[in-house]
Ligand binder design. Structure first.
Ligand code: ZN
Length: 166
């Protein structure tokens, strides 16, 4: 139970509503097209504090994701156990379903996989590339083989969180 144990893997489902050009530290400067992005992360301790930090607007930039977050809204957070999984497995599960790791190496400085930020190809599931219930259920379906707990937190536009199990 990642939330209670305060450690685990997580996926931030991010909505980007316009094209932006962002410098991601030393990785480089990239143009991000609008759409849904999934960022896969891991916190061995202090998971709740990490998620709160991701939600905060004012902070120093430490990770690649810190550069992108100010341009997006966090729509949903999916939680997974720490044991038996890696960020790479979760990212690759999404990539196998047509998600595109972009930009190469994002969030993946410590491993050799294509990256931990996955652009879900717009229009693959619905005409609307933004998040809706159908799309969220599809993402959960894709991740089922990883054995994730599938607890999710939906984050409203005002930043208030509520927990639920779908
Ligand atoms: Zn990786």
């Amino acid at each position: 139970m990642p939330w209670q144990q305060n450690r685990g893997h997580y996926i931030l489902v991010l909505d980007l509503d316009r094209r932006v050009r962002v410098t991601v530290g030393r990785l480089g400067t990239f143009t991000f097209d609008p759409g849904l992005y999934c960022y896969v992360g891991r916190s061995k301790t202090h998971l709740r504090q990490r998620l709160a930090r991701h939600s905060r607007k004012e902070k120093t930039t430490r990770w690649h994701i810190d550069h992108l977050l100010p341009h997006t809204s966090i729509r949903v957070i999916l939680l997974f156990p720490l044991e038996g999984l890696t960020e790479c497995i979760l990212a690759q599960s999404l990539a196998r379903q047509g998600g595109i790791p972009f930009p190469t190496g994002f969030g993946a400085s410590d491993c050799s996989c294509p990256g931990h930020l996955i652009l879900l190809s717009p229009g693959k599931l619905t005409e609307n590339p933004r998040l809706n219930k159908v799309r969220l259920n599809q993402i959960l379906e894709w991740l089922k083989p990883t054995g994730g707990e599938q607890r999710w937190i939906s984050v409203s536009a005002r930043g208030k969180s509520s927990c639920a199990n779908p």
